[in-house]
Each structure stands twice: as structure tokens, then as C-alpha cells.
Design a protein around this ligand. Sequence first.
Ligand SMILES: NC(=O)c1ccc[n+]([C@@H]2O[C@H](COP(=O)([O-])OP(=O)(O)OC[C@H]3O[C@@H](n4cnc5c(N)ncnc54)[C@H](O)[C@@H]3O)[C@@H](O)[C@H]2O)c1
Length: 462
Amino acid sequence: MSPIPKKILCIGAGYVGGPTMAVIAAQCPQYKVTVVDINAARIKAWQTDDLPIYEPGLSDVVKKARDRNLFFSTDIEGNIKEADIIFVSVNTPTKTFGEGAGKSADLQYWEKTARDILKTSESDKIIVEKSTLPVRTAAALERILHPNDKGIHFDIVSNPEFLAEGTAINDLLNPDRVLIGSRESARGKKARQEIVDIYTNWVPRDRIVTSNIWSSELSKLVANAFLAQRISSINSISALCEQTEANITEVSYAIGRDSRIGARFLNASVGFGGSCFKKDILNLVYIAESYGLYEVAEYWEQVVKMNEYQERRFVRSMLKALFNTVAGKKIALFGFAFKANTGDTRESPAIFITRRLFEEKANIVISDPQALDNARMDLDDIVDRISFEADPYKAAEGAHAIAILTEWSDYKSLDYQRLYNSMHKPAFLFDGRNIIDRDNLFKIGFNVYSIGNPPRTHFEEP
Ligand SMILES: NC(=O)c1ccc[n+]([C@@H]2O[C@H](COP(=O)([O-])OP(=O)(O)OC[C@H]3O[C@@H](n4cnc5c(N)ncnc54)[C@H](O)[C@@H]3O)[C@@H](O)[C@H]2O)c1
């Protein structure tokens, strides 16, 4: 192996593999970076201007490096052979069957990749765990790859990805930290240094944190668990605010000003979504259970339960406000993505809310600037009985209620007078993200319900 590896391969061209490798290629012209995937349609889309994922700033970064030193390919075997460093960023969803179903990580894609690497490789390689994995996965990976009859040595490095969808490019260009873990042996440390050397092309050295491999694997799960815990904590308090006339925005602000607590991730909402939080916490729960640490498992599981409670509570408050029935009523859902600035709808609270309102026989119209295609797929069993409308003004025509489910900035600046005029009266607005000016909407004539605030209605609450 050459001392300065020139060929980087990433297996998995998804929300992590695509943006991460685009940034590495754009920042490090001296490396040839190739991204492969079994999904040929996804690879094809990466080769066009119609990228397979929406992420602000992504297309500029891709355009800068594509066909210069960034390539997308379906030739997995050929590229494994060539590569010096292989990042693996395949999906690691929650297992849906067998032992650990509903909690543990499904590592079948991961293991298949490891076996592909073993089968195809002809030279030593560094294998980088980019996917989020249970702590001690590197040990399993080493068991698959070593010993082998080819005399090839694989060094395993853990480099979990902390990007957040919606801000991925900025997160990658200006990360709070990059974490790189390895075995503490001389070989392990040398492999770790090769990965450090990639990032030092644009990340200040003091932001690159190195650790042992288990700390690195575990830290990723713990980071997601802590972030989700903050959301569940503030959401639990939003329920209390609604009963006591305390205002959740004021409470968040007041507590967030404590530098020990900090202001970020304290917005009350309809609940967290995304492909990672729930699956990673449940994975942590499963790991704790498997070590017999039941109290630890229960403690973290509560974060997920609180999130489910918040979603249920939102639907219940809609039903109660709409005189205990939504049957036949037109409800416009503003936003389906799990958060703003992404088209990703995986585990979006909007999925649960839509399904519950559908069960209650509401006439649902879904609007979203980026996520309608994914929404159609999430709801494929009921897709014919739901409407999809990109234009929020059209979506709200004749509606009894609007429910804001994603904090798209567009929704803050809509002409709410125009929306109100076109709606059925009395008109209701449920703000699941606390983004609208309640007083203003109340003055227009809306009955306003926003998370963590007492309702503002033009009639006595029942
Ligand atoms: N999405 C996020 O915000 C985020 C952030 C940090 C970490 N992660 C973690 O990164 C990993 C990937 O997440 P993602 O959101 O990019 O997932 P994704 O589903 O968008 O992408 C994974 C890709 O891997 C491909 N793949 C699966 N098996 C393969 C194989 N054997 N060979 C080649 N390609 C294969 C799939 O076709 C898919 O395109 C997960 O472990 C996730 O937990 C995700």
C-alpha cells in the first residue's frame, strides 16, 4: 500500500455517503473518490443534475468535483479492488424480524458489504465504519475479515457521521468535531492517522477527536440519544405549559440561556423524526438490555415513548378542537418532511398523524415543497384516497383546518389572510412547530392551537 492512499471508495450512495464523499472530493483534489451503490437508479441520479436527495448547497459541491475526482458507479467489485480506503455507509435500519426485532440494528447490508470486500480484495485496505453501528461491531468485522487465506490485512477505523440532514453541507464543511477511532496498536494508529490526514485538508486539527474504536462507535449512538432526549424533554414540558398558561417558547428561552443547558434543540414540536434518532436509541436500548442493564434500557426507551406520546397528543388535540370529529372535514397538512430543508420523510411524525386522521375519516390534503414523492411512497396503501398539492394556497381551499407539521420557512411568510378567506369557517390552525405568530393569526380570525401554548379561540373552550 502506498504511504499516501490515493483511492477512496464509499459503499452506499445515500444521505450520508453522497454528501460526505462530495465534500471530501471537493476539498481534496489529490484523492480519487468513487461512490458505489447496489441501487442503480440512485447512482444514475447522482450522475445528473437531478440529484437523488435534496440538500441545500449539495449540487454546487457535487458539480465542483464530479468527473474531476468524484465518480459514481455501480461497479462495486472493480472499485473495491482498486481502493486503498473504503468507507462503508450502507443503511443499518432497525431489525424487523427475529431476535431483537423492533430494537436492534439490522446488520445484513453491513455484513454483506464486509463479505464483498473480503471476496474481492487483492491488497491491504483501511475499512472505515461510516454507518452508525452498535458498539463492538468492529470486533465482528475483524472476525469476518481476519484471518483470511489471501494474506491481506484490513485495518478497521470508526468515523461516525454527525451531519444533520438539511444542513449536511455546512455540517461537513464546518463540523463541531470529526471523530476517528481505531485500535490502539501501532497499525491501528497508523490507519487512524491516514483518515485524520484526509480531514485536515479542511478541518482544523483541534476539531479532529481521536479515540479508541469502541468509544467512537458508542459516541455516535449516545450523541443521537442525547439530542433526541432534549426534544423529548422539552416536548414533555410543552404538555404542562398547555395546562398552566406557561408559554413553552418563553420557558425554552429562559432555560436555554443557562450556559450549562444551551439554547439549541429545545424547540417544542409535534415530535422528532428522521431515519436515525428512533433507530439509534432503540439500538442503544437493545445493547443495554443485552448486557442485562435493564434500568439503563428503560431510561432511554422513555425518550422514544415520549415522542410517540407527543404525536398522539397532537392528533388528540386536533380532534378535540374540531368538535370531536374530523370525518368528512378537509384538513390541509403543511409539511410532510421530518424537518425543514430536506425531502426525507423517514420516521416523519407526519406519517403517523396522516394515518390517524385518515382512520378518523378526514379528507386529507398534503402539501410540502420537497417531500411529496416520498410522502406518496410512505402512504402507498392509501395514496388514492389522499390528495397531494405542492401549492399551500390550493391545498387550503375549503379546508376546515391547517396543521403545520414541518418548519419550512415558507410557511412563516404565507399570506394567512388569503388562506383564511379561502377556508371553511370556523377556520382552525394547528401549529405543530411553533413557527407562526399566534396573535396575528387570531386577529385574522383563526382559532389557533400551537404546541405548548394555551389555545387562542373565538369561542369558549369546552
Ligand atoms: N441520514 C442521516 O442523517 C445520517 C446521519 C449520520 C449517520 N447516518 C448513518 O449512516 C448510515 C447510512 O444512512 P443513510 O441515511 O445514508 O442511508 P440510505 O438508506 O440513504 O443509504 C444507504 C445506501 O446504501 C446502499 N446499500 C445497501 N447495501 C449495499 C451493498 N451491499 N452494497 C452497496 N450499496 C448498498 C443502499 O442502496 C442505499 O442507497 C446509517 O447507518 C445511518 O444510521 C445517517
